[in-house]
Design a protein around this ligand. Structure first.
Ligand code: SF4
Length: 855
């Protein structure tokens, strides 16, 4: 399916929206009135603190809130500074709309008619009541970037009150595989490099100067670090924003990271430049592994055995035991090896020369980087901070989406955690700092592998056993044939809040097919593609128009944020409702208001100031209730300051809250260099698959995905193995001035405001490659994959590998409800193959292969 055509493209029958677009904002007051508002940006998950300057009710400028510099952001990005354009976008939705044409498709004119809020609430509530009485699971509530507006907590509380398990958010479209790799390795997720002390940062495809979580702290901390001599090396097929600012750019072939990382691991092990103390005491490296790949247990069946070098026998790791890190032994007549030895031996063939062949990075470069990483790690050294003697390891190998957005995203991401662990750069000064290790001990056990599934997104089922973060792209695929996934019901209705999921997902047209099968209610600020498939469309307020309990980030130096808010600065279109008030009203009309209130109290963990049953709450009252309970400060403080932060961490709080107290020494759980629980998970998958005759599961692939150690096979995703006639690697990325397609942050309008050239994207082609193919700058080119074809404009650059094409996301949108500027550029997701990572369900955005021709 190509560009939108026919009636819809010409906007026929789109009168309601077109008329609304011409409506003038409310007249400003005559007298001069200047106000400033402390609030938070919601355009991306950096949640920067902002100050809005408002003259006569019009937001004239947005600056960083200077008070947040101590906490997180010293500045804001161009999107944040231009954020008011989303609010003043004349293409905003202003009235509820009802579809009159039941057929759904890109070329189907929905025949939207304006309706009153009363009619909209009544229609939606009636349908919800019927579904709730029949089977609440038949309702799916999907949210995306919008969750940052009113928060996951409210949405989960609402779904819980309704009784549907189907609350689905977006993490598998961003970074889920990295989180799951963390969880399966050290029991929780989230890590950052300790850039205050890091001297060498190896960045495998993290793109934080352009668009990523924690970007605004990473930007600032990297710049500060460079002032004192921090070196950064970026390993990425494309000269990203981070690569352009780095000391060295290593253009690696897409998808092959794991091989380069493992080759570096081999070099470190062969050279003996590893932190044996850390590996032996904090990781499961010394645990003994049997021929079945499982850890050998003591007689109790649950205590791992190590080889005690004192008694020269297998033993549980207790106070007097000194475990051997390496070696092969015999226990009860059976050969066993330490997990570390299993890992070291698995790397036998992963030489730098082999890595050069696979990754395109010269063996000498890999060897140099490994040696420098080891040297700069200062293995064995300590640093005293605040009178505390701490492990000093000022190196970090870091990634975000680079290693995650792959078919083997968990394994790729795990390889990097292992590289850091080899030199002890985990929770050491200057290394990777982990967020609450072992917070979820169950993540270090085999997964449950539920079947049949309860949820439409297959979370934590046999299909994606470790998907703890929902699976954003799955619901619309399930809808195509629910029975074949074992789902015991057919979903009837979807609510979409602040997400344009189908556009944001690989193999995007498949998503729209799924969406066409349900009754859809869409809460958003503009008529995006999701709303085009809506039956009822409800206009939301932007983050400059409404109250929110705002998520907020901090640096690793601080204990976190107690509470933060966003507050309304303007309301140019006199909108009546926001997402929060919409779902509250629906809860009331469905007869579940008090249950929703009860769930809000539980979800927000309110203790003293709580929501009371039997009454309504405006959005401001909701925000004030939560604020007051969390901060114990009057709401007037929130209006004046916008946030309250926890204090600065001392050295103990920063470095000694995690790995050392949780993993170090005898009798404690361990950082899993060797993922023995993967063996147990695979066994369950096999058992459940065979017992239920599940044909959708390809067991050999699951076996590879659940190998207990990352290996070279994880560098060969399906398209790399199968699409042999497609010579180019196709990768995708975000841009600083463009972030996501969720319409609560309507980038198209912002980009137009930011200047020419930013309102479209290009196909980045290596200059030499393009010349050989007779392609010039500005030529129209065609990209063809096994999924489809799309056109784009060539941009010749030395900043991409000769065998790779790079295209940014979220351009070329097709909904007739957008400003025309949104439709420029290439919507690349429609031609990407989707082969989700098995454990996490993560989308494989960077694995597709393609052909390139001059159009
Ligand atoms: S868009 Fe993101 S990085 Fe930019 S100001 Fe807003 S929250 Fe900060």
């Amino acid at each position: 399916m190509g560009a939108l055509g026919g009636a819809a493209a010409s906007g026929v029958g789109f009168d309601a929206l077109a008329a609304a677009a011409k409506a003038k904002p409310a007249a400003a007051a005559k007298s001069m009135e200047v106000k400033t508002f402390k609030s938070g940006c919601s355009i991306c998950p950096n949640f920067c603190g902002i100050q809005g300057n408002v003259v006569n009710g019009i937001v004239k400028s947005i600056y960083p809130d200077a008070a947040r510099a101590e906490v997180y952001n010293h500045g804001i990005c161009p999107k944040g500074a231009a954020g008011m354009y989303n609010t003043y976008d004349p293409y905003r939705l202003k009235k509820p709309l009802k579809r009159t044409n039941p057929k759904k498709g890109p070329n189907e004119n929905p025949g939207f008619v304006e309706i009153s809020w009363e009619e909209a609430f009544s229609l939606v509530a009636e349908r919800l009541r019927k579904i709730k009485a029949d089977n609440p699971s038949k309702l799916v509530f999907q949210w995306g970037q919008g969750k940052y507006l009113i928060g996951d907590t409210n949405l989960k509380a609402w779904c819980g009150a309704f009784g549907t398990p189907n609350g689905v958010h977006r993490t598998t479209l961003c970074e889920a595989a990295r989180h799951v790799a963390d969880e399966l390795t050290w029991g929780y997720h989230g890590h950052l490099p300790d850039l205050k002390y890091t001297n060498l940062l190896l960045n495998f495809g993290a793109n934080y100067h352009e668009g990523e979580q924690t970007s605004r702290w990473l930007d600032w901390a990297t710049a500060q670090g460079r002032e004192r001599g921090l070196k950064t090396v970026v390993i990425d097929p494309r000269l990203s924003g981070c690569a352009a600012k780095a000391d060295e750019w290593v253009p690696m072939r897409p998808g092959k990271d794991v091989v380069m990382v493992l080759a570096m691991c081999k070099l470190l092990i062969d050279a003996g430049t590893i932190d044996e103390e850390f590996l032996t005491t904090c990781t499961n490296s010394p645990q003994l592994v049997g021929a079945d790949g499982k850890i050998v247990m003591d007689k109790d069946g649950k205590t791992p055995l190590v080889w005690d070098t004192v008694t020269n026998a297998a033993a549980a790791y207790t106070i007097n035991v000194k475990p051997a890190l390496k070696g092969s032994y015999t226990v009860d007549g059976k050969s066993v090896r330490t997990a570390f030895t299993v890992f070291a031996e698995s790397l036998k063939d992963t030489t730098p020369q082999y890595a050069e062949e696979v990754t395109g990075v010269p063996a000498a470069t890999i060897a140099r980087l490994a040696a420098t990483f080891a040297k700069e790690a200062h293995i064995g050294e300590f640093k005293e901070i605040d009178g505390v003697k701490l492990r000093y390891r000022p190196v970090a190998a870091y990634t975000f989406r680079g290693l995650a957005a792959k078919e083997f995203g968990v394994q790729n991401s795990r390889s990097l955690l292992i590289l850091n662990s080899l030199v002890g750069a985990i929770d050491g000064v200057g290394g990777l700092l982990l967020h609450h290790p072992n917070n979820h001990p169950e993540y270090l056990e085999p997964a449950k592998c539920d079947y049949p599934p309860k949820r439409t997104d297959m979370q934590q089922t046999v299909f994606h056993p470790n998907s703890h973060h929902n699976i954003g792209q799955q619901t619309n695929i399930t809808l195509l044939d629910p029975k074949s996934w074992g789902l015991g019901y057919v979903p009837e209705m979807q609510i979409f809040y602040g997400t344009n999921r189908a556009v944001s997902t690989s193999n995007a047209w498949q998503q729209f097919e799924g969406m066409a099968k349900t009754f859809n209610v869409v809460i958003d600020i503009v008529m995006g593609e999701t709303a085009w498939y809506g039956d009822i469309v409800l206009p939301d307020k932007t983050y400059l128009e409404s109250w929110h309990n705002a998520p907020a980030k901090t640096s690793p130096e601080l204990g976190g944020i107690v509470a933060a808010i966003r507050q309304p600065m303007t309301n140019p279109f006199n909108l009546e409702q926001d997402a929060n008030s919409i779902i509250f009203e629906l809860a009331k009309r469905v007869g579940m208001r008090d249950k929703y209130i009860e769930n809000l109290n539980k979800g927000w963990k309110l203790k003293e100031v709580t929501f009371k049953p039997g009454r309504d709450y405006t959005t401001e009252e909701q925000v004030a209730t939560i604020w007051t309970d969390k901060t114990k400060k009057d709401f007037s403080y929130a209006k004046q300051h916008g946030f309250v932060a926890k204090g600065k961490l001392d050295a103990k709080g920063k470095y000694l809250h995690g790995v050392d107290p949780v993993f170090k020494g005898p009798g404690k759980p361990k950082f899993k260099l060797y993922a023995d629980h993967f063996v147990g998970t695979y066994e369950k998958v096999e058992q459940v698959t065979k017992a239920n005759n599940i044909t959708r599961i390809d067991l050999p692939k699951y076996k590879i995905a659940y190998a207990p150690l990352p290996g070279k096979e994880h560098a060969f995703p399906t398209p790399h193995r199968e699409a042999k006639d497609f010579p180019f690697y196709l990768i995708t990325h975000k841009l600083m001035h463009r972030y996501q397609s969720g319409n609560t942050v309507n980038n198209a309008i912002t980009n137009q405001a930011l200047g020419s050239g930013l309102d479209t994207n290009y196909v980045a082609i290596n200059t030499q490659t393009a010349k050989q193919m007779g392609i010039n700058n500005g030529d129209t080119v065609q990209i063809e994959t096994r999924v489809g074809k799309v056109k784009g404009v060539a941009r010749l650059t030395q900043g991409v590998r000769p065998d790779t094409l790079a295209v940014s996301y979220h351009y070329g949108q097709w909904s007739p409800g957008y400003a025309p500027v949104a439709k420029q550029g290439t919507w690349i997701n429609q031609v990407l193959e989707l082969h989700p990572d098995v454990p996490s369900g993560m989308n494989s955005f960077n694995d597709t292969k393609c052909k390139l021709t001059k159009a």
